[in-house]
Design a protein around this ligand. Structure first.
Ligand code: ATP
Ligand code: MG
Length: 488
């Protein structure tokens, strides 16, 4: 077995690919989510901070009447804020009233970490920038609109803008967080990978155990041991496969048994007339038997029998392998039956048997091969003649319940009937209920097997009833063969 093509490698490969994809997707999604959460948090806390800072700035302006020196004040408060945020603690004193004290006294101020603080004067000129980038620069009105106006008596004296800083601590903190997340993802990926390998190997042997058993059994069957079966455990797909396999093996051994019996039967059936021919010819050679027309007629009868037997076998094997060509054409079944009966009538009369029919009018034309249908009916009627004693009767009937229903053709006799033990086997090859009697009258036991194959080749069905032996349902007849042909 090529290891690269083994399921073990495919299974493990699939596991590892899934883990790798899972790890990549997790680390990508967590970094994105972390960054977003950090930004959202800093923006929100920036807004809260600005709202808290605004009244203090109003107070500052009222005291100083200008923004002069505000940078020192803000710088000091900024440092305090940064420090508190870094340490991760507020002083917890509640809202202090004093300037520079109340400003950063709330825990929520922590979020101001990484913020950029800009203060402009009345005209939009930057008087303070925590990053010291825009100080002294005029901000565009659109930028100013984003800020919080510092109002004294409803008159704006400046604007306060707090935004997340681009290279601020926020991103470096979130980066740090991402790195640790990535590290966790990698180590969990490694643990998952090792577990997957172990699990994969375990699952592989678990899954392939029934497969190996199946393979062993299959190769034993391939080597000719048809008795091989696999043990079925549970009800999963492998159990179902095992059941199908066992069914297949059973069918195979059944078919093999059948083939062996058939060979034995064929050999046996051929030997009987051949032995008779050989005996007669040897007797003639030795002068024990005269070489007259009586002996020659006997020889001819045996060879005719042999020929018929071979022809029957050929027909049967053609029908069984679906190789029989049917020359289907629309036929009036009633008139075909009348013709057949007319042909057999002399033979029936000779045996003192009443051969008649009961045919339903208005039957649809059926797409059948007239020669094969004649063969079917002749076989059935000949059987009936053979097993019906003198003064008995044979009736061929046709009927159809509804125009869409199948057309029924039956052959009923008042003969000996068939025992319940024999009934299921009459369609088997070489099956004769009474072997000595049939052999004496020339029957080989192939007739009904051929009839069944021919009926089925036409898409029809055939069954047999013999109520003579079924005392509960005595219908007053011996045997009835019933065929159904679907209308086309
Ligand atoms: P073949 O038809 O090949 O000459 P056969 O008539 O013995 O030989 P089938 O026609 O296959 O063989 O019939 C099988 C057996 O079924 C017969 O040997 C007979 O025992 C039984 N059988 C068939 N038809 C009837 C019937 N109408 N009444 C009683 N038994 C029957
Ligand atoms: Mg027959």
């Amino acid at each position: 077995m090529n290891m690269k093509n083994s399921w073990l490698f495919k299974l493990l490969g699939a596991f590892l690919v899934i883990i790798a994809i899972g790890g990549l997707v997790t680390s990508f999604l967590t970094s994105r989510a972390t960054l977003r959460a950090f930004n959202l948090y800093t923006t929100r806390s920036g807004q809260i901070w600005a709202q808290r800072l605004a009244p203090d700035l109003v107070e500052y302006y009222e005291l100083n009447n200008s923004w002069q020196g505000v940078d020192v004040f803000l710088e000091a408060s900024w440092m305090t804020q940064q420090h508190q945020a870094m340490m991760g603690q507020g002083n917890g004193n509640g809202n202090g009233k004093g300037l520079g004290q109340g400003l950063f006294s709330d825990n929520s101020m922590m979020g101001a970490l990484g913020q950029r603080l800009i203060l402009t004067d009345q005209q939009g000129m930057v008087v303070y920038d925590s990053l010291d980038e825009f100080t002294g620069i005029q901000l565009a009105p659109s930028e100013i609109k984003k800020g919080i106006p510092i109002l004294i008596d409803n008159k704006s004296v400046g604007t306060l803008l707090i935004t997340p800083g681009s290279l601020s601590a926020s991103s470096s903190l979130s980066n740090e967080f991402q790195v640790s997340v990535r590290r966790a993802v990698i180590s969990s990926g490694l643990i998952a990978g090792i577990t997957a390998l172990a699990l994969g190997i375990f699952l592989f042997f678990q899954i392939t155990a029934p497969m190996r058993k199946l393979r062993k059994a299959a190769s034993a069957i391939a080597d000719g041991d048809l008795s091989q079966r696999v043990e079925i455990q549970g009800q999963d797909e492998f159990a179902q496969l095992g059941e199908t396999f066992n069914q297949m093996a059973a069918n195979l051994s059944q078919a093999e048994l059948h083939r062996q019996h058939l060979m034995a039967d064929v050999a046996h059936e051929l030997r009987t007339p051949l032995t008779a021919i050989q005996g007669t010819v040897e007797g003639m050679q030795d002068g024990v038997l005269p070489c007259d027309s009586e002996q020659l007629n006997a020889l001819l009868a045996e060879t005719t029998l042999l020929n018929r037997l071979i022809e029957d076998l050929r027909l049967l094997s053609l029908a069984e392998t679906n190789q029989l060509k049917l020359l289907r054409q629309p036929i009036e079944i009633n008139s075909l039956i009348t013709q057949i009966l007319e042909r057999i009538q002399p033979q029936a009369r000779m045996n003192d048997i009443n051969l008649d029919h009961s045919l339903q009018d208005g039957l649809p034309a059926l797409q059948l091969d007239p020669d094969r249908i004649t063969q079917i009916l002749t076989n059935l009627i000949t059987n009936a003649l053979r097993y019906t004693p003198k003064h008995g009767s044979i009736q061929v009937a046709t009927s159809q319940k509804d125009t869409t229903d199948a057309v029924t053709i039956s052959v009923t006799d008042t003969g000996t009937g068939i025992t319940t033990q024999d009934l299921p086997h009459v369609f088997d090859r070489f099956y004769r209920a009474d072997k000595s009697r049939s052999r004496a009258s020339g029957g080989s036991g192939l007739g009904l097997a051929i009839v069944k194959e021919l009926v089925e080749a036409h898409g029809g069905t055939i069954k047999v009833e013999s109520p003579v032996f079924d005392t509960d349902d005595h219908q007053g007849y011996g045997t009835r063969f019933i065929m159904h042909f679907p209308p086309q």
